[in-house]
Design a protein around this ligand. Structure first.
Ligand code: GDP
Ligand code: MG
Length: 453
């Protein structure tokens, strides 16, 4: 047995120090490890954009939205991004069956599309027809055909201009009409946009032909605001097809000069001779064989089919219902977005087709064509009748006479058959004997056979 060892107070103190030092060492190692783990986690969260998410599930009637999650990705459909689909409607009952035909075919996941309609100043049954179609599509046995949330708004703005083609497209009507449409559009998106919408898509009801992939086709360009080219079919007698939407254009020197000459409240409307701006129009740059992916920077845009990131609206863009840079509505929206630093783009070779509606002149011409056709039918009937009367009342002997004539003349007209030659050689020896008796005063006619040779 070894000697009993009683640690001295001095030794005890040293031992304590030693063990604390050992513990501290391990504590600091643990501390470093924890710090590294936390830091790594923090960095990963920053990179993935997932910082702290507060949980409000315990607070009744409370929703939390991290708005960074709804920025609008080029492949939004892969990220469950929701699209607010806005449709302004006025006297559109006749177009709705066609419109819903397109809606059924849309390839963007329907459950991610929220529909929003604004019905204004309609004299037809737009609301009733809308309801019928919505009822049908939302009760589709195939659930994937049904859309997300649907909202319908009704508000009249007192639109005084008729909804006929020539009423709407007359030059004088443009300013007031465009301002009023701008108000309608603003009412529509402001009441319907939700924090969870990443995109806003605007579509007119009267589009005749459009790819079912339209939303993805526009979205994958990853632009803040983007429009397709819009044309319309025409009847043969008008040349088959024509650019429709002249509101999508690039600013030009001519346009800027014109704007300077106009009053503060003036609204330039593109595509009218009254306002010659010489701007390049998206519509006219179409090449039917061109690459559909080609982009063109735009300043003004048309409203037939616009895809826009929702943040564009959230950050304050709208459809000016007043003169903004001498424009209003969608053209001014394009200009405003450009001013706000957003990308505004059009696709010259990617085309959708607006319906053909005859103008008043077209209608007049069509009326004339219909009358002309009826007249020609009547005329041909009359001709048939007279032909019949003629053939029955008179015997047509023209063919017989032709044959007779040949037969008669082949025996009488011998000129061609026989070459008549007169022998004048003995004429010089001709002895003239003056007549006698009652003819004695007669004289020979002065005739010289050589004369006129
Ligand atoms: N809410 C509302 N919608 C309208 C009004 N005017 C037209 N629309 C709708 O807006 C879209 C575009 O209108 P449209 O007359 O076809 O324009 P255009 O093709 O440029 O002449 C269509 O879906 C119309 O039904 C209006 O005053 N109020
Ligand atoms: Mg239209």
């Amino acid at each position: 047995m070894g000697p009993y060892y009683k640690p001295s107070p001095q030794n005890e103190f040293l031992n304590k120090l030693r063990s604390i030092a050992q513990n501290k060492y391990s504590i600091s190692i643990i501390g470093i490890v924890i710090t590294i783990v936390l830091l790594t986690n923090f960095i990963i969260q920053i990179v993935l954009g997932q910082l702290y998410i507060p949980n409000f599930s315990s607070v009744p009637n409370t929703d939390f939205f991290d708005l960074r999650s709804f920025e609008g990705l080029p492949d939004g459909w892969q990220h469950e991004e929701r699209v607010l689909f806005c449709v302004p409607l006025r006297d559109a009952a006749a177009h709705l069956p066609m419109f819903f035909g397109h809606m059924k075919n849309l390839s963007y996941p329907h459950n991610l599309i929220d529909l929003s309609f604004l019905v204004s100043d309609s004299t037809d049954d737009t609301m009733g027809v809308l309801k019928t179609h919505l009822k049908e599509i939302q009760n589709d046995p195939i659930k994937s055909n049904r859309f997300g949330e649907i909202e319908i708004f009704e508000k009249d703005f007192g639109q005084a201009i008729g909804q006929g083609f020539s009423d709407r497209h007359g030059f004088e009507a443009q300013g007031p009409r465009r301002k009023l449409m701008a108000r309608a559009r603003n009412w529509l998106w402001t009441v319907s946009i939700k924090p969870y919408h990443s995109w806003v898509y605007w579509r007119d009801a009267d589009v005749e032909t459009v790819p079912k992939t339209i939303i993805e086709d526009l979205m994958h360009h990853g632009k803040d605001v983007i429009v397709p080219n819009v044309w319309r079919p025409l009847p043969d007698w008008l040349g088959n097809q024509q650019p429709y939407d002249l509101n999508s254009w690039q600013e030009s020197e001519g346009g800027l000069q014109l704007a300077k000459t106009l009053g503060e409240d003036a609204v330039i409307v593109e595509g009218y001779v009254e306002y010659a701006t010489w701007r390049p129009h998206l519509a006219y740059l179409r090449d039917p064989y061109g690459d559909e992916e080609v982009e063109m920077d735009l300043d003004g845009i048309g409203g037939v089919s616009i895809l826009s990131r929702a943040k564009v609206f959230r950050s304050g863009a709208n459809f000016p219902a007043f003169s903004f840079e001498k424009h209003a509505e969608t053209e001014a929206f394009g200009k405003l977005c450009k001013r706000m630093g957003y990308s505004v783009v059009g696709l010259p070779h990617y085309v959708i087709w607006h319906i053909y509606e005859p103008s008043s002149d077209d209608l007049k011409h069509m009326e004339w064509m219909a009358k002309e056709e009826a007249r020609q039918i009547e005329e041909s009937k009359l001709k048939q009748f007279y032909d019949k009367v003629w053939s029955e009342g008179f015997e047509d002997v023209r063919d017989d006479w032709e044959n007779d004539r040949i037969n008669i003349f082949k025996n009488t007209d011998t000129n061609k058959l026989k070459n008549v030659k007169v022998d004048w050689s003995d004429s010089d020896n001709f002895q003239y004997k003056p007549p006698l008796g009652k003819d004695k005063d007669k004289v020979l006619a002065a005739f010289d056979p050589q004369e006129g040779k």
